[in-house]
Write a protein that binds this ligand. Structure first.
Ligand code: ATP
Ligand code: MG
Length: 555
């Protein structure tokens, strides 16, 4: 039994108190993405946090698109977000929700504010509004239109809705306090005229609510109790509270902020990822070098590994940054017992076993995962001609090199001991073929105890293997230079992608499915790229190496 008691995070403590003193009797949380890009690892944190809390307290979790900014949104993003949330295993109650479905209620609540004398239509231009707003050190000035009568405001707001004004000609503002030390409270704009077609409501509206007005109302309409967001909204909380109070929701939600998840030397901001996609630096939003959820899935990360990662990164109010290496740790930990192991030679050189009969093929037993017997075993074809990794042979080995060099004996994994006898070179002195002899007594699985060898290497048969393409990845960002330049561009690592198109894997891998993950022994975890692979030509992505010191083979 797991006796470890996890200490509660600060949000759980707030919820405990709210339930104990009867502020709420059921927890309702939500994930409110703006459909203006693909979700990334930071969003996964928010999804799993909100879903996790709802689950922990027997409450509900909602998925709601914050689609009030019609300009930047589209349905490709909506579809990808739904897919990602479901893939992460976050079960949302009541179907997919859209803020835009509440536009009628929002309009009515704006009218209610006008009637209470809490909102007014302003004719100032955007520039003038900015000027009147003041600064951090100076209070703002009241707009000359601030004291319009309720009747006039009602009439003008209705005419805004009825398409009588151009974009920017009029706005509706909350009447709060132009001298507030919090600039967000200086009569924020709550509705603006915008002639844009909305992905959900089409051309029904030519006025749209602003985020700070819409968001608290969306939460309140849905009965959300704890509206969890990231720290940059801390200064907006007084406005959030003002909106739900003045619109008179009986049991208003509570906004709680936590710090964003950042990964060191990794591009996480949606804005930056979008730029890399748009300028063609990467191959779409799901390029396996990105940390969008779609990219992580394509690369071979599992929902379980991402959940584990989120458990390891805490929920706090202080800014911090996690290491990508930790994410790699989580996927290794998840795949170690699950993924079948195979032999694959990424950078091949031929080994000829001169004393092995020509034309003979032997099928040797190999366990599929030495740490999980349930995965069974397979037969691996062995013959006179094999491929081994180029760097498993050296002409002039340094001390403590236990692999092939002339005169040395090595164990071929799941097969025999083979002694290296000679090698051939081309006219440039490059090694082209290695020769050796095997000892039939040393067959793997026979319990041979005659002598020991220090090195064990993997191999595949030349005539019974499959040639495949393997993609190796390094960090997208050049860590030496730092992630961002002053102009917001990203320093790209020129070696972030290496394509090996002369790799060989065991021919066994016939019934593969796109997305399946394997351990290539000694080389790392790989999955079959679900986008570019076809039935006959799997393309492998390296998810992660086995150790972080993995070196790319030289081309
Ligand atoms: P980005 O910062 O990448 O541009 P965003 O905040 O604009 O993302 P939204 O769609 O508005 O993206 O965010 C949906 C939810 O995800 C919000 O509640 C937001 O606070 C949360 N979120 C976004 N980025 C992170 C992050 N790095 N860590 C934790 N939560 C995040
Ligand atoms: Mg945002």
């Amino acid at each position: 039994m797991d006796t470890e008691v996890k200490s509660k995070n600060f949000i759980e403590k707030i919820i405990d108190e709210d339930l104990a003193n009867g502020t709420y009797d059921k927890v309702v949380t939500r994930f409110p993405p703006e459909p203006n890009g693909y979700l990334h690892i930071g969003h996964a944190k928010s999804i799993l946090l909100n879903y996790g809390l709802a689950k922990e307290y027997g409450g509900d979790f909602h998925l709601r698109f914050d689609d009030t900014n019609a300009k930047k949104e589209n349905t490709e993003f909506v579809d990808s977000i739904i897919k990602d949330v479901e893939w992460l295993g976050a079960k949302y109650v009541g179907g997919v929700r859209y803020a835009s479905n509440y536009f009628d209620q929002m309009y009515e609540l704006a009218v209610k504010l006008i009637k209470k004398g809490k909102a007014y239509v302003d004719d100032l231009s955007a520039d003038e509004i900015r000027e009147y707003r003041g600064t951090l050190t100076e209070p703002g000035k009241n707009s000359p239109y601030r004291d319009r009568s309720v009747e006039e405001n009602l009439d003008l707001f209705e005419r805004m809705k009825n398409d009588e004004f151009k974009d920017g000609e009029k706005v509706l503002r909350a009447k709060i306090d132009m001298a507030s030390p919090n600039i967000n409270m200086r009569d924020p704009i709550i509705y603006r005229v915008a002639h844009v077609t909305h992905h959900n409501t089409g051309d029904k509206w030519c006025i749209y609510p602003m985020y700070d007005f819409a968001h608290p109302i969306e939460d309140a309409i849905e009965g959300v109790t704890h509206s969890i967001c990231t720290l940059e909204f801390e200064d907006h909380r007084p406005l959030y509270d003002w909106v739900v109070r003045e619109t008179e929701f009986p049991n208003p939600p509570k906004q709680i902020e936590f710090s964003k998840l950042y990964l060191t030397n990794v591009v996480t901001g949606k804005r930056y990822i979008k730029k890399l996609v748009e300028n063609g630096t990467v191959d779409g939003w799901d390029d396996p070098r990105l940390v969008t959820i779609a990219a992580l899935r394509r690369r071979g990360f599992t929902p379980e590994s991402i959940k584990k990662f989120m458990e390891m990164t805490s929920v706090t109010k202080s800014q911090s940054s996690a290491d990508y290496a930790m994410l790699e740790y989580c996927i290794r930990d998840d795949l170690k017992p699950k993924a079948p192991r195979l032999m694959a030679v990424l950078d091949p050189i031929k080994l000829v076993i001169d004393n092995y009969p020509e034309e003979q093929v032997e099928y040797l037993d190999a366990p599929n995962n030495v740490e999980n017997e349930a995965l069974g075993s397979r037969k691996v074809p062995f013959e006179r001609e094999l491929y081994i990794e180029r760097d498993d042979f050296m002409v002039d080995p340094p001390k403590k090199y236990y692999r092939f060099f002339v005169g040395n004996e090595v164990r071929l994994m799941n097969a025999y001991f083979v002694k290296c006898t000679s090698y051939e070179t081309d006219e440039n002195g490059n090694v082209t073929v290695i020769h050796g002899t095997y000892d039939p007594e040393t067959k793997s699985g026979t319990g041979f105890k005659g002598r020991k060898v220090k090195g064990t290497i993997h191999w595949v048969s030349v005539h019974h293997s499959k040639k495949v393409t393997v993609r190796l990845y390094e960090q997208l960002v050049d860590e030496e230079k730092g992630v961002y330049n002053e102009d917001g561009s990203v320093n790209i690592n020129p070696n972030s992608l290496t394509v090996l198109d002369n790799a060989y894997i065991e021919e066994n891998i016939k019934d593969y499915k796109p997305g399946d993950a394997f351990q290539f022994v000694r080389k790392g975890y790989f999955n079959i790229d679900p986008k570019d692979s076809t039935k006959d030509t799997p393309i492998f992505n390296r998810i992660t190496s086995l150790k972080s010191s993995f070196k790319l083979p030289k081309k």
